[in-house]
Structure formats: structure tokens, C-alpha cells
Design a protein around this ligand. Structure first.
Ligand code: EPZ
Length: 451
């Protein structure tokens, strides 16, 4: 049994050929056998720094397809989804250099293929973000339909309807979306539902369209705003940034740009909950408190003491008991669905019962059944989970099902009596940069191993 406290690091200065990169991927990031062993009951104390936001990095990487000039992105998290997106861009013909671990320089001047194949899309749904930029710049794209995932069906009908509204011809052939357009034409689009990547795809399609596009009921997530800031830096003309109505005046060409990705608000929220459930005292730096105001408000209501130290730092400690408080997940700026599983873990230790209502995805309580194996008392009815708090968790062997469920099981394991073994931690590797190292540094007993 091999055990190592953190992943072997690829030297960021070594420019890896794609094939060699794939070899390292198979050895470093994507080992399906990796597990975590956690010994619970340790208070987390100290300082943890937050990485760049995966869900901003992915659309910003896709935006590089919109120009033949270099796009340089800083503060990227070193996680599996970034590696997958890099591979997708390279398969299309992009030159992607990594001058240092958290920076990519993307040159899309020599795109030869306009497709996102099923093999990649099935591992990372965000590959559909290639659709908008490819049709906008090249008039063509072939992207595999992503299919569902653990948390729900994840359709992209709103992406496709939006592209048709801009004049694209859409065909579904053999599980692939084939989109074609001579030149996209601006239009007014009202999203039936708030969709984050749908808004991002349509922004990237509209920036090179002829005329003006208005996106109504657009997503307001900070990651959407970060993409809009990058696009404007590339010469796009987007106004209403941060609001639910985006106006995009099409331009004929975009230039290269340099951009620093925003901090990962979900990672910051995850560490807030980890500090709270272990009755620790954590300083969380390089974050943006404004991006998780709804999470801070709800945790504070539940009795967690959270202090804003600056515009980029928070301190979390639990000064006593946690009180059960209900939450309902909604689009930004309300409580994010990506924090639902982590919050639910905390409620297992609260005084009283809490009702967690999941309004975004239809199957996002997979973590609940695993927590019940640790002694939690949770009843799932439709899109609601009722958590009866105050039950001491005991360590168990549990199975991660998706990215945020994995994080919630780590949080539960930090609190549980005894040893928790989490299988399939490749899910967590998709979106958390070296989480076990960051937790070790603040006192957790967690290690990655393979049987
Ligand atoms: C983004 O997914 C995030 N992923 C998700 O984070 C996040 O949970 C989600 O937004 C909600 O905030 C990335 O940004 C890469 P949606 P996305 O389109 O864009 C329905 C994580 O853990 N819908 O906003 O795919 C959809 O089924 C991941 O980091 C349609 O019906 O989510 C869902 O019910 C998980 N038709 C709701 O809208 C569409 O065409 C919101 O989905 C599109 C979406």
C-alpha cells in the first residue's frame, strides 16, 4: 500500500508534450484508485490560502479560442478539470504553455479541429464551453452532448436555443451537437432558467456576432462576471456586467489579453465549514468575502463566528454550539448549490433539525446516504433533506460520488470519531488544489493512499 501526503508534482517549468502530459495525468491526477484516510477530532488552526476558481478558469480558457493572439491566465488552480480543458484546447490545435504551475499561455492562432469529443466531454461537462467561441470565430463546432452526471441530467437545451437565436444551424448527429453559422447575428435572448455556463457560452458567441445581443435572466455568478471582464479586456463590448441583463455589442475581432482568475468562493466556503465543524480557528486568505456573502450570513446565523479581516481574508471560529438553520439553494447572490453538501455536513452537528432545499439540481443529495453510514440522521424527500442534528459521527468507509459531495465527506470525516476512508477521491481532484496538503498544514490528520 503506497501512501504519500501529497501528489507528485509535475515540474511546472517542464513543458510536457501532450502524450507525456497524458502519462503524467494518468499517474498524478487521474488515479482512480486514490483514497483519503482521515482521523477525525482534530481542531483546525492556522492559515489556509484559497486557489483560483475552477469555474472561472474553465470559461476563461475557452475564451482564448476567440482570438489568434495569446491569452495569458494567472492564478489557475492546479486541478484535473484544468488539465482536461488544456487537453481539449491542444487537441483543437492550440499551443498551451505552462510557464509556472498556476499560469497558462494559450495561443489559438492555429486551430485545426473544431470539436470537443465525447471522451473528453463525458469527463468534464464544461467542455461544452467550446461551443460558443468556436461558432463565433470559425462558424462551426461539433461538441458531444455531455450526458448526465451524478447530480442530474445537465441538459444544454438553453445553450442550443440561444445559439439558434443568434442564427446558428444546430443538428444533433450521433450524440454530437453540430453547429454552423456564416456569421452570428445579435438578438435578444431571455433565458427560461438561470444557467451559468449557458450565459457564458452565449456571451462568448455574441462578442463576435454582427450587431447587439441582450441576454436577460443571465447568471450573475462571480465566475460569469470574471469571464466578462476578460472578454472586455480582449476588446469585447459587454455592459451590465454583474447584473442579470447583459448587453453585448458585437465586434469584428478580439485581441489577446492577460487576466488573473478570481479566488474560488466554493473552496473558501468549504474551509469556513471545515473550521466550524472542527471547532477550530482558521484564517482564510486570498479569498473574496463579497463572493460568499450568502454563505457567511447563513453560517453566522447558525452560530459560526466569522470575522472579515480584510477584502481578501476571513477568520472563522466556532464560539460554542451550532444551531440548525434551514437553507434553500438558488442562483447567485443567494446560497450556492455548490455549498449545499458542505453545509449539510455541518448541520449534522447542529442543535435541532435543519431543512436543506436543493432548487438547482434534481439529484444532489448523494452525500446524505454516505453520511448516514457515519451515523448522521438525514431524511431525503424529493428536493429536501431533513437533518436531525447532534448525532456524533463515527468514521466509516464511504464513497465519493461528485466533486462537492467528496468535499462534504472530508468535512464529515474531520469531525467523526475514528478513521474515515473516502474512496474515489478523483472526484475531489477535479476542483480542489491539494486539499489534503492544505488541511494537513492546519492540523488535520488526512493522507492520500492507494491500496
Ligand atoms: C455551473 O454548472 C457550475 N459548473 C456548477 O458547478 C454549478 O453547480 C452550477 O453552475 C450552478 O451554479 C461550471 O461552472 C463549470 P447551470 P452549469 O447551467 O452551468 C438547468 C461544481 O461543483 N439547465 O447553471 O452546468 C440545469 O439542469 C459544478 O463546480 C437546463 O435545464 O449549471 C440546472 O438544473 C457542479 N438547460 C440549472 O439549469 C440548460 O441548457 C442550472 O444549471 C442549462 C441548464
Amino acid at each position: 500500500m503506497k501512501s504519500f501526503g501529497c501528489r507528485a508534482n509535475i515540474s511546472p517549468t517542464v513543458e510536457l508534450q501532450p502524450s507525456l502530459l497524458l502519462y503524467f495525468q494518468s499517474k498524478v491526477f487521474c488515479n482512480l484508485m486514490d483514497k483519503f484516510r482521515i482521523i477525525g477530532g482534530k481542531r483546525l488552526e492556522g492559515r489556509v490560502s484559497i486557489s483560483g476558481a475552477k469555474n472561472s478558469a474553465l470559461p476563461c480558457m475557452a475564451a482564448s479560442l476567440l482570438t489568434s493572439e495569446n491569452v495569458v491566465l494567472h492564478n489557475l488552480p492546479y486541478v484535473r478539470d484544468i488539465i482536461t480543458m488544456r487537453r481539449l484546447l491542444e487537441d483543437m490545435g492550440c499551443m498551451v504553455l505552462m510557464p509556472e504551475r498556476h499560469t497558462l499561455k494559450i495561443d489559438a492562432s492555429n486551430i485545426k479541429f473544431f470539436e470537443a469529443p465525447y471522451e473528453l466531454v463525458k469527463t468534464m461537462r464544461a467542455s461544452v464551453l467550446a461551443l460558443g467561441p468556436l461558432v463565433a470565430r470559425f462558424g462551426q463546432a461539433e461538441v458531444s452532448l455531455p450526458g448526465g452526471c451524478a447530480i442530474g441530467q445537465r441538459p444544454i437545451d438553453l445553450h442550443l436555443k440561444g445559439l439558434e437565436m443568434l442564427g446558428a444551424k444546430i443538428e444533433l448527429v450521433g450524440g454530437n451537437v453540430i453547429a454552423r453559422a456564416d456569421r452570428l447575428k445579435g438578438n435578444n435572448i431571455v433565458f427560461e432558467k438561470v444557467t451559468v455556463t449557458g450565459t457564458e457560452n452565449m456571451m462568448m458567441a455574441a462578442v463576435l456576432a454582427e450587431g447587439v445581443t441582450v441576454l436577460e435572466n443571465a447568471a450573475r455568478e462571480p465566475e460569469v462576471t470574471d469571464l466578462a471582464i476578460l472578454l472586455n479586456r480582449m476588446g469585447a463590448r459587454i455592459t451590465g456586467v454583474g447584473s442579470s441583463t447583459l448587453k453585448i455589442e458585437g465586434v469584428s475581432k478580439l485581441r489577446g489579453a492577460e487576466h488573473t482568475i478570481i479566488p474560488d468562493r466554493i473552496e473558501a466556503g468549504t474551509f469556513l465549514v471545515a473550521g466550524a465543524i472542527t471547532k477550530g480557528s482558521l484564517e482564510i486568505t486570498e479569498c473574496n468575502p463579497d463572493h460568499i456573502a450568502s454563505v457567511i450570513d447563513k453560517l453566522s446565523e447558525a452560530g459560526v463566528k466569522i470575522e472579515r479581516l480584510s477584502d481578501v481574508a476571513l477568520r472563522v471560529e466556532t464560539n460554542g454550539k451550532i444551531v440548525a438553520k434551514d437553507i434553500t439553494t438558488e442562483p447567485f447572490p443567494d446560497f450556492p448549490t455548490d455549498m449545499q453538501a458542505q453545509y449539510l455536513a455541518l448541520m449534522t452537528q447542529a442543535e435541532g433539525s435543519a431543512v436543506v432545499t436543493e432548487n438547482i439540481f434534481e439529484n444532489r443529495f448523494m452525500h446524505a446516504s454516505e453520511m448516514m453510514r457515519m451515523g448522521a440522521s438525514i431524511t431525503v424527500k424529493g428536493n429536501q433533506a431533513i437533518i436531525e442534528g447532534g448525532k456524533q459521527l463515527t468514521g466509516a468507509k464511504v464513497l465519493a460520488s461528485d466533486l462537492r459531495a467528496s468535499a462534504s465527506l472530508v468535512i464529515a470525516g474531520l469531525n467523526a470519531d475514528g478513521e474515515t476512508i473516502i474512496d474515489r477521491v478523483y472526484h475531489i481532484d477535479r476542483g480542489y488544489d491539494k486539499i489534503e496538503e492544505k488541511l494537513c498544514k492546519v492540523g488535520a490528520s488526512i493522507e492520500r493512499f492507494r491500496d
